[in-house]
Design a protein. Structure first.
Length: 214
């Protein structure tokens, strides 16, 4: 990321965090750099998600690394969840370079609304219940936990334990992992192969991840 852009986003982050207080976390991820697994370059009120400078990408950021920039749209006002169970109202903005084509950074705002959710019965008209199709996404603190979560979601997608999966089920699960950007994580292919009981040849045969980081 260019120095001037980093400085500008740092200024925005500090301003937003100051405006909305200690329950408002603001995070900047550098997704153009070489250290993908340490993407956080700016963070205000990191106590909200227990993250710090140098920590890794969230699920949304990892998907952004994997997705064609032309198909990426900002994600506004969705729900996330911390490891200790607090509910956050989040917004993610993809920051593009001068050409408008490439994503250089991800700017995220996460506001802790746990107290409002707990008071929902009293403040029913002020807090809407989360939609059934808008379940909170857990914010993890490192990429290993993120890969574990993605593996679990791939199993849930098929509706079967790994021991009962057919070849087609495993291909479907592997496609999900690829689309989610799981193979951008270092050594992820080793863990995925062990998890599904397959060889790397079978993995590569099922889905093209040869061009991604091992």
């Amino acid at each position: 990321m260019k120095d001037w852009l980093l400085a500008l986003l740092r200024q925005f982050a500090a301003g937003i965090a100051s405006e909305f207080g200690q329950n408002c976390e603001v995070v900047v991820h550098d997704i153009g750099g070489a250290k993908r697994e340490h993407s956080i370059v700016v963070i205000e009120n990191g106590h909200v998600s227990a993250r710090a400078l140098g920590d890794g990408p969230s699920r949304v950021v990892l998907e952004a690394m994997r997705t064609d920039p032309d198909k990426l749209n900002d994600k506004l006002c969705y729900l996330t969840q911390t490891e200790d169970g607090r509910i956050l109202r989040s917004t993610t903005i993809f920051v593009r370079d001068e050409s408008g084509k490439n994503i250089e950074a991800v700017f995220s705002v996460n506001y802790d609304i746990t107290s409002l959710v707990l008071a929902e019965g009293v403040l029913k008209e002020m807090t809407a219940a989360p939609d059934a199709n808008n379940q909170p996404q857990r914010i993890v603190q490192n990429v290993n936990d993120l890969l574990d979560e993605l593996l679990q979601q791939s199993v849930e997608l098929t509706g079967k334990p790994v021991a009962l999966m057919t070849k087609e089920d495993k291909v479907r699960a592997l496609q999900f992992l690829n689309d989610a950007g799981a193979f951008l994580i270092t050594k992820s292919s080793d863990k995925v192969c062990k998890f599904f009981g397959i060889t790397k040849y079978a993995l590569y045969h099922s889905i093209d991840v040869r061009g991604q980081k091992e």
